[in-house]
Design a binder for this molecule. Structure first.
Ligand code: NAD
Length: 494
């Protein structure tokens, strides 16, 4: 897609409630473009009344519209129409997504927008294919389970892939017949409003999909609202814990939590093509400038090829071009904010103080742009006691640890608290399978790194990386409650 002029993009800086944009707020938040640091919009912040109004509208739409009760195939048809409209709207949606986020325009156009549309189609198809079952009971009884939507689901999304992350929450919830109140990240709040407009155009009843804008306080209010039956969240492990606590303090609610990670990429010396693996490893930590939950941030490499591999990863890093998201040439995204970049740099500095060594990178780049760009960085001489190995950095920083044999690789790959994803690169199938079984992670990729377009594969974390799954059948089922029905039909039934 062509580059665009950021000054010419119209920004829908509103909430979206009851099928229409809702503006006006006593309090607003300045929103800056990560690419050049410029202020580009004021975000209205929802107050308690507005959150109440949105949840009430959602509840009423759930009860009064036929969204939950219509033939499931009809619900699927509307969701398919929505996906078609999203895809056809790429010329508006992709620049809007790129403008305020870290997603370069070519990625937004070729991945974020179509991936979001295809995910909606994937979940739409479950509507009339996945439900309860008849279970074996005693002879004069019919026992079955029926599935039903929860009602209103509260969804809270992060900023790193604004459209895609939000759509993974919204699509299965809507396909299952629920209403949704979504709170996007206050740092990337606008593209999703366009998606809501298209939902109405596709025929989703007003009030079934709502957006309330604001920071963590608005997310907290959603978690505590008694009319919200379930909360689905993607974001940091710390916020995930706060959300669980808020849900527990205000009653009990189901939660799905997609949280942080510190994922290893384990490379054995038997790989056929070191160059290819170097490019794969580099991409796994530099895509979106490492602001990816499953970023492969810890390289665990067999000693015999360590120097060679690290050198080639550094060469791949050197080819990346930092630049604004609206330029077609950009291959290294900005960091979401100057504050986040300072935090990333702080972790690198601290790790150097702790004894780590910088092989390449280790500081800001493209500083005259006004944006926050961080050099892809490699740190060696590190161990699990150092900040850069232990903590999620959420930036383009790769730590390198070396091993002699498989047992040591397994031991280094284990993380004390995170278990989101892991990569294994080897030519030995038996070894690959042993690691796939042995690694404590919600996803293990072998001879690749990163998600595919196979939406049927669920994604989610072990340990403190989360609870429940996005994508896959599991994500659809998590948006349904199960009711048991038992019918006696013996002639002499009491
Ligand atoms: P964050 O936790 O700071 O914020 C996420 C969302 O939660 C935002 O909308 C924020 O406003 C809201 N929030 C903040 N405090 C809240 C509270 N007390 N109650 C309710 N809501 C609150 O995360 P982020 O910085 O936006 O995103 C980056 C994090 O997300 C990283 O840790 C990353 O690993 C994680 N992530 C995980 C996945 C996954 O699939 N596991 C995917 C993407 C991002």
């Amino acid at each position: 897609m062509d580059p665009f002029d950021p000054a010419k993009i119209a920004v829908p800086n509103t909430h979206f409630i009851g099928g229409r944009a809702v503006g006006g707020a006593r309090e607003t938040l300045d929103v800056h473009r990560p690419s050049d640091g410029k202020l580009y919009a004021a975000l209205p912040l929802a107050d308690a009344n507005l959150v109440d109004h949105a949840v009430e509208d959602a509840w009423r739409a759930f009860k009064e519209s036929d969204w939950a009760t219509r033939a499931p195939r009809d619900r699927a048809r509307v969701l398919h129409r929505w996906a078609d409209l999203i895809e056809a709207d790429v010329a508006t949606l992709a620049p809007l997504e790129a403008l305020g986020s870290t997603r370069p325009i070519h990625n937004a156009a070729n991945w974020d927008v179509p991936f979001c549309a295809e995910g909606i189609r994937f979940f739409a198809e479950f509507a009339d294919k996945c439900g309860g079952e008849v279970v074996p009971t005693q002879r004069d009884q019919l026992g079955m389970t029926v599935t039903e939507p929860y009602g209103v689901i509260g969804a809270i999304a992060p900023w790193n892939f604004p459209l895609v992350m939000a759509s993974w929450k919204i699509a299965p919830a809507l396909a299952a017949g629920n209403a949704v109140v979504l709170k996007p990240s206050e740092m990337t709040p606008f593209s999703i409003v366009r998606l809501a407009e298209l939902a109405i155009a596709a025929g989703i009843p007003p009030g079934i999909f709502n957006i309330v804008q604001g920071d963590g306080r608005v997310g907290d209010a959603l978690c505590r609202d008694p009319r919200i039956a379930k909360v689905t969240f993607t974001g940091s492990t710390r916020t995930g814990a706060a959300i669980m606590a808020a849900c527990a303090e205000s009653g009990t609610k189901a939660v799905t939590l997609e949280l942080g990670g510190k994922s290893p990429q384990v490379v054995f010396a038997d790989v056929a093509d070191v160059d290819k693996v170097a490019r794969r490893v580099a991409q796994a930590i530099s895509t979106n400038a490492g602001q990816v939950c499953v970023a492969g941030s810890r390289l665990i490499v067999q000693r015999a090829i360590a120097d060679q591999l690290v050198e080639r990863i550094a060469a791949a890093f050197a080819e990346l071009v930092a630049g604004p998201t609206w330029e077609a040439t950009t291959t290294l995204s900005p960091i979401i904010s100057a504050r986040e970049m300072k935090r990333i740099d702080g972790i690198v500095r601290k790790t150097v103080e702790q004894g780590g060594q910088i092989v390449t990178g280790g500081g800001a780049t493209a500083e005259d742009s006004g944006g926050a760009y961080y050099q892809p960085t490699i740190l060696t001489g590190v161990d699990m006691n150092m900040d850069a190995v232990r903590d999620e950095i959420f930036g383009p920083v790769l730590t390198v640890q070396t091993f002699e044999d498989e047992a040591e690789a397994m031991q280094l790959a284990a993380h004390p608290s995170y278990g989101l994803a892991a990569g294994v690169h080897t030519a030995d199938i038996n070894r690959a399978l042993r690691l796939a079984r042995g690694l404590e992670a919600g996803t293990v990729w072998v001879n690749r790194y990163g998600r595919s377009w196979d939406f049927a594969l669920p994604t989610g974390g072990y340990k403190r990386s989360g609870i429940g799954k996005d994508l896959g059948r599991a994500a659809y089922e998590a948006n349904l409650r199960t009711k048991t029905v038992l019918i006696d039909f013996a002639d002499d039934a009491a």
